[in-house]
Design a binder for this molecule. Sequence first.
Ligand code: ADP
Ligand code: MG
Length: 380
Amino acid sequence: MPKVMNRRRPAAASRTSAPPEDRFFRHIVRSMRNGVLALHRDGRLALMNNEAYRIFGLTPRAEDVGRHFSEVLKDPSVLRVVSSAFELSHLPNRAELRLKELNRVIGYTLSQVKDDAGTAIGAVMFFKDLTQVEQLEERERLRDRLASLGEMAAGIAHELKNPLAGIEVMAGLLRRQVSSADAQSLLADILSEAKLANAIVVEMLEFVRPVRLQVERTRLADVIQQSVTMAESKASRGDVNVTLDVQATLPDIEGDQHQLCQVFTNLMANAFEALDGKGRITITAGTSAIQEDPALAGLTQTPAVVVDVADNGPGVPPELTDRIFNPFFTTKPQGSGLGLAIVRKIVDAHDGRIDVSSVAGSGTRFRVTLPVSSGVGWFK
Ligand SMILES: Nc1ncnc2c1ncn2[C@@H]1O[C@H](COP(=O)(O)OP(=O)(O)O)[C@@H](O)[C@H]1O
Ligand SMILES: [Mg+2]
């Protein structure tokens, strides 16, 4: 029972005998979905509801009422705001506060509690946990930033393509005109560097371009076969042994053949590069079901095709597995770091999944799970 009221109505001091309207007010405050924190003029805690305890990460304790607020609240930024309640002439109405230690953001309003004579006898803070709102806004900002970065990157990549093609053509012409072996070898270097730069520009354009799927019935066995050939043109295969094990009854899926081909090409090119000319790649394709939400077992089972691309190369160190799908993450001196970012983007566009599992020293397995039909019975 706040002390403020005791002065006017001493009879209502005990909780059990509080008049019904007082109890009702107490219930309002307790049930509020906002945090409420009220102090007496001398800094003693008058009230703190459950939501306030939750937001501050504290456990509700009856004995907190009546103690000085600094003994109850620990976060320095909250202490600062609450202490200012009696000092500021203009109290904030809708301010935000970051609780560093709790990694939370709250939006709050601070008011003074005045008695009938207009004297400030306390202060009250109403607040709401804005952490999720803040995270959503942050994601939105990031998306906007990425979209404009993407546009810029696409523009630059496009502009670079022409001069790079020019360098290639002219170096080729010059190669036919000079006879010295030194000059020939320099020109060969220029050509191969220009080709590499061009390949990066092409990948960059692929990465920033929004995915638009041309969905058709796709036989994955054909797509995978084609990808092996494409990967050989991207990375050198050497003596690497490639085994294909496609389930005979594998259903056709609804997907974009060209883009799915790129998924497996990139995965295989990476495997070739990891194996460095010797080793084994095993591609296995079978059926499965994707379960969207375990709580809805049975309802959300979606027929899916699972393709594993496994190599017996050096593996991905555990501390890097979270980062390999990030754009521009590469451990290769000549790498663009866009291969897996493109893979993820295409798999996402198909409502599929990609997982990696790797054991240092014994290999890496990328598992691509794709729904057999896109959008049908597929809960998002
Ligand atoms: N099969 C693999 N074995 C080991 N490491 C791999 C494999 N595939 C990808 N990686 C790691 O993931 C990184 C990112 O791959 P990617 O996005 O294709 O970019 P890039 O091939 O240009 O480096 C590679 O640099 C490599 O460190
Ligand atoms: Mg790659």
